[in-house]
Design a protein around this ligand. Structure first.
Ligand code: 2AM
Length: 193
């Protein structure tokens, strides 16, 4: 099974993010329903490792938290983008969650890249690195357009490679620890910490 671990984005936000799409030559945009925030990429995992992983991920306990989007950017950098993304404001609980998830994955014998976790939501992948349209897209101020959201769980996904591209299937959701501040704010209709 080809697996990855990510935070699911609420459907209404996926639709809003999907609407950032513009015409850029040689670009494959992520379909709105597939938009996610990757915490760890695992690649091919065998059945015994999967069973162990499933059990160990249940032990990852970080308090739930709120995420705010920041501006758009490009990997490896905005002048030669191969990937377009929307970033997230710094959130220590997100960093803690990604570190614990990656540590758990390593402890299950699955290699993880050493690069530090750089929170982003991939929007598009570019085959042609230089274009006026990509420059224009990266120069837009997207910051205020996306509302924050509350993260209460993370998800183990299977990525099935098909002729039409990768299809992501949720395998299991792992709840984060509820916090009094988030519960209180949910009751009052506000988005939590
Ligand atoms: P990203 O788009 O958030 O950067 C599911 O395939 C997700 O796993 C992708 O969205 C991508 O995260 C990440 N991913 C896919 N292939 C990868 C690879 N070979 N190495 C690292 N991350 C990968």
């Amino acid at each position: 099974m080809r697996l990855f671990i990510a935070i699911e984005i609420p459907d209404d936000l996926k639709k809003m993010i999907g609407r950032l799409r513009v015409e850029i030559p040689g670009t494959r945009w992520v379909q709105a329903e597939q938009i996610h925030l990757t915490l760890a990429f695992l690649g091919e995992v065998d059945e015994p490792t999967f069973e162990l992983l499933n059990e160990e991920l249940g032990r990852v306990k970080v308090p739930e938290f709120r995420l705010c989007f920041s501006g758009v950017g490009g990997f490896p950098d905005r002048h030669r983008p191969r990937v377009l993304w929307v970033g997230l404001e710094p959130q220590p609980r997100l960093q803690a969650l990604a570190a614990m998830v990656r540590e758990t994955v390593r402890a299950c014998g699955i290699q993880q890249e050493e690069r530090p976790f750089s929170p982003h939501v991939t929007l598009a992948r570019l085959k042609l690195p230089h274009s006026r349209q990509a420059d224009a897209f990266l120069d837009q101020p997207h910051k205020q357009k996306l509302p924050p959201f509350l993260v209460q769980e993370f998800t183990l996904f299977q990525s099935r490679l098909t002729a039409q591209g990768a299809v992501h299937v949720q395998i299991k959701n792992y709840r984060l620890a509820a916090t009094a501040d988030c519960t209180q704010r949910r009751k009052s209709g506000k988005v939590g910490t």
